[in-house]
Design a binder for this molecule. Structure first.
Ligand code: ATP
Ligand code: MG
Length: 316
């Protein structure tokens, strides 16, 4: 089983308007609400592939109840822990005239130390049935920045592989706990290392403790330094649509590949095809399975043998 962890779960609200004009009133033509947050999106993608992942994390208040209800209706198994604070909302206002989205992200409820401690115990109990755990997204206020480091150490002690998709201090502090895989995008990897060059930045993060670094670069695909070798993997074409959530589909494919014991080139091929298949879908957490099947045979996975020879390996 794949366990996904979303500490700052959200109710993602999308409003569709004719044309967004600041400082004026708007008629909202359609409004959608659904459970979100990166780990939730990963669980959704895995569920649509026919897997039975379990989504956990923190939810609270009336918004938390709506999140749970929506997940149940969508057939996503969940075991969230309730907290006192109200879960956050995000609002995307989509303007039909230009297709642009303006997004407002709530910060999330304050989590007190007792709630965080309870979650750590709850999480440890869920690990007993897991092969892989996905730790994704921002930390809500009150959760310490070494949260992912702690959760990774608990997973390692339980023999469960870890995939981390985080940024900033939450990512940097987690590296000391040696996550099996991290999946930063180009901006996150530059922010964490100061390198613009993807291979140099990925090598720097791996030297700090990650077992494998799968760096994503939008339509250019992936650059991956793994214990089995270093590869570039690219989609056969640039897809049009909404790339938000492509990274979550990429993480879903990595987790599924690790759980199935696939070799890295196959994991990367799947990750590129599945993440590209998220782009034509307007909402994060959805993938177009027909696009996935169509692209899969055409994904180029090329070994970067020069990098392989020169990459420093972390002491594990
Ligand atoms: N326009 C596109 N066409 C084809 N594939 C794409 C496109 N955009 C993204 N992808 C695929 O999705 C992967 C992840 O994309 P990206 O680097 O944008 O992730 P991200 O910024 O982490 O996304 P997220 O919003 O989910 O956090 C890429 O490595 C690539 O395989
Ligand atoms: Mg991302």
């Amino acid at each position: 089983m794949i366990l996904t962890v979303t500490l700052n779960t959200a109710l993602d609200v999308t409003w569709d308007v004719e044309s967004l004009r600041p400082r004026t009133s708007h008629r909202v033509d359609t409004a959608y609400e659904r459970a979100g947050g990166k780990g939730v999106n990963v669980a959704r993608v895995l569920t649509s592939l026919g897997q039975l992942p379990l989504a956990t994390g923190l939810v609270g208040g009336p918004t938390g109840r709506l999140i749970r209800e929506e997940l149940r209706a969508a057939g996503v198994r969940e075991a969230f822990l309730d907290i006192a604070g109200d879960s956050r909302r995000t609002l995307a206002v989509v303007s039909r005239d230009d297709g642009d989205a303006t997004v407002f992200n709530g910060r999330g409820p304050h989590v007190d130390p007792a709630e965080w401690e309870l979650f750590r115990r709850h999480y440890a109990s869920l690990l007993t049935d897991a092969r892989v755990v996905v730790l994704s997204g921002s930390l809500p206020p009150g959760v310490p920045t070494d949260a992912y480091a702690r959760l990774i150490r608990t997973a390692e002690a339980a023999g469960v592989a870890t995939v981390l998709d985080a940024s900033g201090p939450a990512l940097v502090e987690a590296l000391a706990a040696r996550p099996d895989v991290i999946k930063p995008n180009a901006d996150e990897i530059t922010a964490a290392t100061g390198h613009d060059d993807l291979p140099a930045a990925a090598a720097a993060l791996r030297a700090l403790g990650a077992g494998a670094v799968v760096a994503s670069a939008g339509a250019d695909g992936l650059y991956a330094i793994t214990p089995e070798g270093t590869w570039r993997a690219a989609p056969p074409e640039r897809l049009a649509g909404n790339p938000t959530g492509a990274g979550d589909a990429c993480v879903a494919a990595i987790a599924a590949g690790l759980a199935a014991g696939c070799p890295w080139p196959e994991i990367l091929r799947q990750a590129v095809a599945l993440s590209a298949a998220a782009v034509p879908c307007p909402v994060a957490g959805d993938v177009d399975t027909a696009v996935h099947r169509r692209l899969l045979p055409h994904v180029a996975v090329v070994e970067d043998s020069a990098a392989c020879a020169s990459t420093p390996k972390p002491a594990r």
